[in-house]
Ligand binder design. Structure first.
Ligand code: MG
Ligand code: FE
Length: 169
């Protein structure tokens, strides 16, 4: 039978692996964007936040006496690279990447809410505080995407109809 403390450690490791995956995905996507400067700079901003989040989560794991899983981190990074590279083969890369980013943020928001409840239950106030801080950044990123998706979509569609313009990224 797993204890709440064990689950907290496991879920913190999952969160750490997800942040590493996010960093690879965000940098891969941002680097390829040429015609969407606002999206590119927001992704770059969130990539820097994501690097910090990974460090903060690593700090929580180490404070609780654990280590991060190299296998999970590496696997996630490879998957993320594949996801970012898959944009090379689709004509609507920027749209696919934006939708994937929003889905990823939703996953992170749910994961951090779970972690906050778990940290609260085992009485780890510092982990709870860290996860609440990260949750705000994930919500801000999801809000930004939500607000900017319509404009982004229409810009994409207009570029696609413009002769000689690159719409995909
Ligand atoms: Mg994150
Ligand atoms: Fe995020």
């Amino acid at each position: 039978m797993a204890s709440a403390e064990e689950r907290l450690m496991e879920w913190l490791r999952d969160a750490h692996a997800a942040e590493q995956q996010a960093e690879t995905m965000l940098s891969g996507t941002a680097q390829r964007l040429e015609n969407y400067p606002e999206l590119r700079s927001r992704l770059e901003q969130h990539m820097r936040e994501t690097q910090r989040q990974a460090e903060l989560i690593r700090g929580c794991i180490e404070r609780r006496g654990g280590g991060t899983s190299l296998i999970k981190d590496t696997g996630g990074k490879l998957m993320a690279m594949g996801q970012a590279m898959s944009g090379l083969f689709v004509g609507d890369e920027v749209m696919k990447a934006s939708i994937a980013s929003y889905a990823f943020e939703a996953m992170e928001i749910a994961s951090y809410r779970t972690l906050i409840a778990t940290a609260d239950m085992v009485g780890d106030q510092e982990t709870k505080r860290v996860c609440e801080q990260i949750l705000h950044e994930e919500e801000a990123m999801a809000d930004w995407l939500e607000q900017n998706l319509p404009t982004l979509t229409q810009k994409y569609l207009r570029l696609e109809e413009t002769p000689g313009a690159t719409a995909k990224h």
